[in-house]
Design a protein around this ligand. Structure first.
Ligand code: PEP
Length: 252
């Protein structure tokens, strides 16, 4: 197995004005300057992208978007495209977050189109998958993930996927304070890696980064990161504060 560089990503959801986001970004930059063995990303709201982009310039912190639309431009009121996100400095795009699936009608098909659009312009997709509480109780976890991963990546070929990142986020653990146990998370990460192997071969399954998300905090990150198939974290609540997010970044 090759060395996979950890990625710690913060999803700021619909929080912070541009001024507040830039201030938190500045505080984060102060705290993570010199960190060079972990990739760091923050995804503020669209309105704050430019301000945050300026605040993190020249630092180890990279910029991400929380969503994107699959067309480059057109009459799609309220949407934003992958080339537009690139033009304001985004390096990553979160795609298919469970809140988008739950409240905004995202499906495996729309997620697939968005992943293709991101890759087309060199925006690294952070492709989110995860089961609900009912699905876990019904022992559907692995079959749900099998479908989400296969449909989300349908039509994509190996040489398009080197920039893909997957985030496993059990829906019941997002914003609830409940975290999957290290073993529960590892079991699913291993399964997702096996799906990648089955569909795209050994090299990609060895190199692809699979992040865990769901109530990650400074106190539980180290144990999660000690699992062999967990390569980083997608962090919501605990990423909103520079001090707690920097502790997660510096989990080692
Ligand atoms: C998320 O929004 O992706 C997330 C994991 O949120 P939280 O860390 O707050 O559970």
């Amino acid at each position: 197995m090759g060395e996979r560089r950890p990625l710690i990503a913060g999803n700021w959801k619909m929080y912070k004005t541009p001024a507040e986001a830039a201030e938190t970004a500045r505080q984060l930059v102060e705290r993570v300057t010199g960190v060079n063995d972990v990739d760091i990303m923050i995804a503020p709201t669209f309105a704050a992208l430019e301000a945050v982009s300026r605040a993190i310039q020249g630092s180890p912190v990279a910029l991400g978007a929380q969503n994107l639309f699959w067309e480059d431009e057109g009459a799609y009121t309220g949407e934003i495209s992958a080339p537009m996100l690139k033009s304001v400095g985004c390096e990553y795009g979160i795609i298919g977050h469970s809140e988008r699936r739950q409240y905004f009608g995202e499906t495996d098909e729309t997620v697939n189109k968005k992943i293709q659009a991101a890759i087309q312009v060199g925006l690294k997709p952070v492709f989110c998958v995860g089961e609900t509480e009912n699905e876990r109780e019904d022992e559907q976890t692995l079959s749900v993930l099998d479908k989400q991963v296969k449909k989300g990546l349908e039509g994509l070929v190996l040489d398009q996927l080197d920039m893909l990142i997957i985030a496993y986020e059990p829906v019941w653990a997002i914003g609830t304070g409940k975290t999957a146990t290290d073993d529960q998370a590892q079991e699913v990460h291993q399964f997702i890696r096996s799906l990648i192997k089955e569909n795209f071969g050994n090299a990609l399954s060895d190199s692809i980064r699979i992040l865990y998300g769901g109530s990650v905090k400074p106190g539980n990150i180290a144990a999660l990161m000690s699992m062999p198939d967990i390569d980083g974290a997608l962090v919501g609540g605990a990423s909103l504060d520079a001090e707690s997010f920097s502790k997660i970044v510096k989990y080692k």
